[in-house]
Structures are given as structure tokens and as C-alpha cells.
Ligand binder design. Structure first.
Ligand code: AHZ
Length: 322
């Protein structure tokens, strides 16, 4: 016996057919009825699957094309990297700022406070940054407490992403640096070598999967302290011979750690500014544990340093020429 003939009508066919039948065409686009009815009559505008693919592909790859030369690349979207991006993008809307984050979820360790507890402690005067971005807190005198670390991270992230001059490429790892002599023969960090993180994690299981590159006159490294991916640039500077050895993060001392990170934030080698806990590995300074003010203030200082470096050089097509 022959199988029954299946008839199937996709939910999107009906409105398209209906609209075509009605011949309703506005500005070359077929009109349709949408309905926000939560009593069983909700109707979406129709879509073709290929439209979804093309909507993503054209934007993502146009962005990659455009950002192959950036003004500033920030490696790592933790609390330091995001604070840097916010200050930089707000102060200099003319700059093309590209953030590369290895994780699928940007935010680094700032989704929680200490020992996986939710409140986030910030020592004064870094509470001014919280006020600037509109994060409420309880004032405890010398420090303030945000009720949930995720409130800080989601707020700064949303503000950074809303800025038209910022691009965030997550799930993308920096797996090497471009280092080459400048016009005076001085070795300079001039860009980053990237790959999809899932590819970067599989170099041992597959034959060579070559990377991509982004050039920029200034790289801000904010990859956190040593860990599976952390302290990436500090370690690469050692293997590249630009840093004799890692300072290695020292034991916890909040009062020494926080000013050391903020005041030490600087251009550690030509072309690379280091911020946040990665600097503790580079310089051999103390850790502060779960107080986040230094990450915010160090990020702001890194942004100011980036502007200083950019303003003190002549730059053509992402390269420092004088
Ligand atoms: O995924 C990493 C994280 O989001 C990302 N990252 C690391 N290596 C990368 C690479 N390419 C791209 N090669 C990379 N991205 O960098 C981000 C670092 O965020 P974090 O929160 O670890 O560092 P932070 O310096 O912004 O904040 C540190 C917070 C800490 S740790 C600490 C202590 O241990 O005492 N105290 C504080 C406040």
C-alpha cells in the first residue's frame, strides 16, 4: 500500500501566501499582519531561513573586514577591560575600539564577588565610576557594596556595547601578538593574532589551523591573572624576549594591591598597555581578592594611557609612522 501523501504548511507560508494573494506591496516589500496577542493569536512577521543567516553573516564579516585595522584592541572583557572600553569609547568617540574576549560570556570574574558570593565590594573613590554608569550601591563608609556583582557587569557591558565605536568579538581568543620593529628599530607590539576560541583550544587535536590578525597602534591587555587563558600577554612578552621574566602575582594584601595596580597601569612595552590583574603577574604585585575598585580605576587609567600614546604619534592605516 502506498504511504499517505503528507501535506505540510509551514507557519510562515500562510501569511506570505496571503500577503502575495492580497498583492499588498509597500516599498517593494510584502506587507503582512503581525499581532501581539497572548491569548493564542500571536503572529510573527514572516521570515526566510536564509535571511537570518545573511543578516548575521553580512554584519559580522563586514565588521571583521572593517576592524582588521583598529585604533585600539582590548584583549579581555573582564572588569578591567570593560572599564577601559567604557572610558575610552566615551572620551574618544572617534576611535575604533575592538574588544577580543576568549569566553562566550564577556565579564571575566566580575559576575560574582568573593567565594562565589553575589555582593561586590568597591573601595572609595572608585565608587565614582559606579555612580557614572548608574549602578546603585550601599555606602559603608570607606567602601561601597553593590548588591550583586552582575549588576555592575551587566550595566558596564550594556553601556559599552551600546557605543557605536565599540565592537566586541567574543568566543575569540588572542593566541599571539604581532611584534615588529618600528621606524627607529624598536620592537613594538603592533597587533593581535586571533582565532575562534574553540579552534585555539584544539591546536593539539588537529593539524595547523591558521589564525587571523588585527593591527592597531595600541593594544590594551586585560587578560587577568594566570589561569587557563589568563596573563596571556605577560607570558608572551617573556617568551618573545621583551620581558625578562614574569613577576608572578604575590599574596593577598588589599591595601598594597589596589594602588599598585592602578598606579602601575602603563605602557609596559611599546604599543602595549597592561591593566587589571594581568599587571600583578607582570610586575609581581599583590592580589587584592574580592575588591573591584582597582579593576575599574586601572581600566580608566589604561584608557587615558591609550589616548596619550595615540596622541603622541603620527598614525597611518593603524601603523605608527612617526
Ligand atoms: O576570558 C578572559 C576574561 O574574560 C579574557 N582572556 C584571557 N585570555 C585571553 C585571550 N584572548 C582573549 N588570550 C582573553 N581573551 O580576559 C578576561 C580577564 O578578566 P578577569 O576578570 O579574569 O580579569 P580582570 O583583571 O579584569 O579582573 C580580575 C578580578 C580580580 S582577580 C582577584 C584576585 O584573584 O585577587 N581580584 C580581582 C578583583
Amino acid at each position: 500500500m502506498a504511504p499517505p501523501v503528507a501535506t505540510y504548511s509551514s507557519p510562515i507560508d500562510e501569511p506570505i501566501l496571503q500577503a502575495k494573494k492580497n498583492g499588498a506591496q509597500i516599498n517593494n516589500k510584502i506587507s503582512y499582519e503581525v499581532l501581539e496577542d497572548y491569548d493564542g493569536g500571536y503572529r510573527f512577521a514572516p521570515i526566510e531561513e536564509a535571511q537570518v543567516s545573511r543578516a548575521m553573516i553580512k554584519r559580522y564579516f563586514n565588521t571583521m573586514y572593517e576592524r582588521a585595522v583598529s585604533d585600539v584592541v582590548i584583549i579581555g572583557a573582564g572588569s578591567a577591560g570593560l572599564s577601559c572600553a567604557y572610558h575610552l569609547a566615551k572620551t574618544r568617540p572617534d576611535l575604533k575600539i575592538t574588544i577580543i574576549e576568549a569566553g562566550v560570556a564577556p565579564g571575566g570574574g566580575a559576575w560574582l564577588g568573593g567565594q562565589l558570593m553575589t555582593p561586590m565590594v568597591v573601595r572609595k573613590p572608585a565608587d565614582r565610576f559606579l555612580t557614572e554608569i548608574g549602578v546603585p550601591f550601599e555606602d559603608e563608609g570607606n567602601f561601597v557594596v553593590v548588591k550583586h556583582a552582575a549588576l555592575f557587569t551587566s550595566t558596564v557591558l550594556s553601556k559599552v556595547l551600546a557605543m557605536p565605536n565599540v565592537v566586541l568579538m567574543n568566543a575569540t581568543a588572542v593566541e599571539d601578538l604581532i611584534i615588529r620593529p618600528d621606524s627607529k628599530g624598536v620592537q613594538r607590539v603592533s597587533g593581535v593574532v586571533t582565532n575562534w576560541t574553540l579552534v585555539a583550544l584544539n591546536h593539539d587535536t588537529q593539524s595547523c589551523m591558521d589564525p587571523n590578525v588585527i593591527t592597531a597602534p595600541v593594544i590594551v591587555s586585560a587578560t587577568g591573572h594566570d589561569g587557563p587563558m589568563g596573563a596571556f600577554s605577560a607570558k608572551r612578552l617573556v617568551s618573545a624576549g621583551l620581558l625578562k621574566e614574569l613577576g608572578n602575582m604575590r599574596c593577598l594584601d588589599m591595601n598594597r594591591a589596589e594602588p599598585a595596580i592602578v598606579n602601575g597601569t602603563r605602557e609596559v612595552v611599546p604599543g602595549m598597555i597592561m591593566t587589571g590583574m594581568e599587571l600583578s603577574e607582570h610586575d609581581g604585585s599583590n592580589r587584592m581578592g574580592p575588591t573591584f575598585g582597582a579593576m575599574m580605576a586601572s581600566g580608566i587609567k589604561a584608557a587615558k594611557e591609550a589616548i596619550r600614546v595615540l596622541d603622541s604619534h603620527e598614525i597611518v592605516e593603524g601603523k605608527i609612522v612617526a
